[in-house]
Design a protein around this ligand. Structure first.
Ligand code: FE2
Ligand code: FE2
Length: 262
């Protein structure tokens, strides 16, 4: 039967598919780490308090990249280049979402609007990361090595999402609510289309590696399109709401020590 659990089982059980899957994930995490590291360095004076949290956010994403690479190494695999069309982070940037890498490379201090753009982009993409990791947690549960790594990442992504909610709420109450809602809406509506395209591209590559028959690939592509329709028809709203999280100051304080990968 064609279930998410069976599909992930196939991916985890095949070296080539696993290699591509982890390479794509590691590359996205590393890009996120670099972006956050640059943003932390360029925070304007008036947002000084945010800098250590953004730096921690970046350090977490870098760690996630190392975790996916470590999963590859454990199986004696080397990462492969990320195919065009599967690079979620780059496609978001090309669509004008978040802060452009050219700006982050220039080294000029960010503005208040840039901080809102960064937090709104993170609010949307961390929701995606948090949901994806929760799903993976469910499907990788029977593989202790992968399951343990995913659990650690999943916990971090939940923290990142909580932090975005809290900081955006703080900025909204400081008078930026309209800009925040406008930016969140535009980011979410663009993200859902990019996520659909990337999901289809990733599945197409995996399908070729795993030798899936055409009807199976078509069914999976239709499933991805159905998710997009659900999101376009209102599911996107879950990515723009702001609620004070139960876990406050999730990125404040020292980074908790965890075994391995650090
Ligand atoms: Fe991450
Ligand atoms: Fe994250």
């Amino acid at each position: 039967m064609l279930t998410a659990r069976a599909v992930f089982g196939e991916i985890f059980g095949n070296d080539e598919a696993f290699r591509l899957f982890c390479s794509i994930a590691a590359s996205g995490e590393a890009q996120g780490g670099w972006e956050n590291g640059r943003i932390a360095a360029l925070v304007p004076e008036s947002y000084r308090d945010l800098a250590p949290k953004i730096a921690r956010h970046g350090a977490d994403e870098d760690k996630h990249g190392r975790i996916f690479n470590a999963l590859l190494r454990k199986r004696g695999l080397e990462p492969v280049p990320v195919p065009v069309g599967t690079d979620y982070t780059m496609l978001l940037e090309n669509a004008g979402l978040g802060l452009p890498h050219s700006q982050l490379r220039r080294g000029q201090k960010l503005t208040e609007d840039d901080i809102i753009t960064y937090l709104a982009h993170s609010r949307v993409t961390e929701q995606r990361a948090s949901e994806q990791m929760r799903a993976l947690r469910k499907y990788a549960g029977s593989r202790p090595d992968i399951g343990r790594a995913i659990m650690m990442i999943s916990d971090d992504e939940d923290n990142h999402l909580a932090y975005c909610h809290e900081e955006l709420l703080r900025l909204a109450s400081a008078g930026h609510a309209d800009t925040i809602h406008r930016t969140l809406r535009a980011t979410a509506l663009a993200e859902i289309a990019i996520y659909r395209d990337v999901s289809k591209a990733v599945m197409a590559h995996l399908g070729r590696i795993l030798g899936w028959p055409r009807p199976k690939s078509a069914t999976l592509a239709a499933g991805i399109q159905a998710i997009y329709l659900y999101e376009r028809l209102g599911g996107w709203r879950r990515m723009v709401s702001l609620r004070m999280p139960a876990r406050r100051n999730a990125l404040g304080g020292p980074r908790p020590a965890r075994a391995g990968y650090t």
